[in-house]
Design a protein. Structure first.
Lengths: 208, 240
């Protein structure tokens, strides 16, 4: 068996198990018939699945080896540091792409904020205004990115906001330590009462 | 396309609203029955999106997610520990399998990983992949229903009839069935792969002899001989 053959078989097995959470004998047989050249590998995979299913261990707390726990965690954190997050990078790239005023107005319309309130959207994209979950989800859908990655993009955008130099003779500088609330962002628009009420509704809890 | 369940989507929405310090407290809840417990799938999303990198949430999520993976991998390792190559590596298998799971999770470029929709399935599938890569599968799969014994008078008795009724609620009955299955698996493990494959293809999957021979790249008489040898060994082991 060559490495290529092994890889091909492995790919087919992964795909098969992805599509069949509880494969039956008939499912495995179909796979063998479709790809007879990998029959032996499929038989092995089926056996491993069977002995796992046949010897179900009770759902009880298992005492893990603390050294294994420590080694695997160290491995994971190193990998996280090395690789970063593809979801975050993808979301960041998409948000960075929404630069032009026309693009932002279009996005504001898409999520229902309205292009006339693009300033509110600007605050969200810069991380200055905390978007409610509903707005986050609408933006994630419109931009086709993971909602949690998007939230992280806004969070890091806020944290990397440059703190302006400040010179005051009469009072201390006010530097926001966290993003402003959605409500504050809406009220700062000084829109009509109807529009204000409409925008504030975005912050209401979604039905379960 | 993978999708989260409604319950997971609801939990994701609630997590999005949580301040980092609250989220850290929730991540530390290990008992899944306790209110506030964060599902492993949500932890996977936190990790894959790099969420909370600067607030400690990402590290805490990775720690707890890792703990859960190690726990399940340890459990699965014990199940396959009798496989020769797994036995030789000892509990190192657990560590290496979990490393493999992390590599898979962090290199997955799909919008939604299996770990974010079905964590248990993700861990099971990755563990099995790892064991396959070890080349431990000298084994064959067999079906309990297809095994049988032949008495001295030539009368064939189906395997299951030789056991205590497995639908009986007695622990003893279940133990006997479990022991028998273990014997079958161990016997299959010890025989040459060609015999195991012959047995599975003919007995389990009910392929015609011509097809069995074709899949094993041998003649029909040879395939039959392998099958017979496997059957004799299994019968011997069960009769012991």
């Amino acid at each position: 068996m060559t490495d290529t053959n092994r890889d091909d078989a492995e790919r087919l097995i992964v795909k098969f198990l992805d599509e069949h959470e509880q494969p039956t004998r008939a499912d495995w047989k179909q796979l063998i018939e479709a790809h007879p050249e990998h029959a032996c590998q499929f038989l092995d995979a089926a056996f491993i699945r069977e002995i796992g299913d046949a010897a179900q261990v009770k759902d009880e707390e298992v005492v893990v080896d603390p050294l294994i726990q420590a080694n695997t965690l160290s491995y994971a954190l190193n990998r996280l540091h090395e690789r970063g997050s593809t979801s975050f990078d993808a979301a960041q790239s998409v948000v960075n792409g929404v630069k032009l005023p026309a693009d932002r107005r279009k996005l504001a319309d898409q999520v229902g904020i309205g292009s006339q309130h693009v300033v509110l959207l600007n605050g969200v994209l810069a991380g200055r205004t905390k978007a409610p979950v509903r707005v986050l989800r609408l933006l994630a859908d419109a931009l086709d990115v993971q909602v949690m990655a998007l939230r992280e993009v806004f969070s890091r955008a806020f944290m990397s906001t440059v703190v302006p130099s400040y010179k005051s003779l009469h009072e201390k500088p006010r530097i926001p330590l966290q993003p402003g609330s959605w409500e504050d962002g809406v009220r700062d628009l000084q829109a009509s009462p109807a529009e204000t009420a409409r925008l504030l509704m975005f912050a209401e809890e979604e039905p379960a | 396309m993978r999708k989260r369940s409604k319950e997971l989507e609801a939990q994701l929405s609630s997590v999005l609203n949580l301040a980092p310090d609250i989220l850290l407290t929730r991540i530390a809840i290990r008992d899944y029955r306790r209110q506030g417990h964060i599902a492993s799938e949500i932890l996977a999303t936190i990790i894959r999106t790099g969420s909370g990198k600067h607030t400690g949430v990402l590290t805490a999520a990775a720690d707890e997610f890792n703990r859960r993976m190690v726990q399940i991998a340890t459990r699965k390792w014990r199940v396959v520990a009798f496989v020769p190559k797994v036995r030789r590596k000892g509990n190192r298998v657990v560590q290496d399998a979990v490393h493999y799971m992390w590599d898979n999770l962090l290199s997955d470029k799909s919008p939604l990983s299996n770990a974010e929709t079905a964590f248990i399935v993700f861990v099971r599938d990755r563990f099995e992949e790892y064991v396959r890569h070890l080349g431990t599968t000298d084994n064959d799969m067999t079906s309990v229903e297809d095994l049988g014994v032949t008495d001295d008078d030539g009368k064939k008795t189906a395997f299951l009839s030789t056991l205590v009724d497995v639908n009986a609620a007695t622990p003893e009955a279940l133990l006997i069935e479990k022991q028998a299955l273990k014997t079958i698996h161990q016997t299959l493990m010890e025989m040459p792969k060609i015999e195991r494959d012959a047995f599975a293809l003919r007995t389990e999957y009910e392929f015609e002899w011509r097809k069995v021979a074709e899949l094993l790249h041998c003649s029909i008489p040879t395939a039959t001989a392998h099958w017979q040898s496997a059957t004799d060994k299994l019968r011997g082991a069960l009769n012991d």
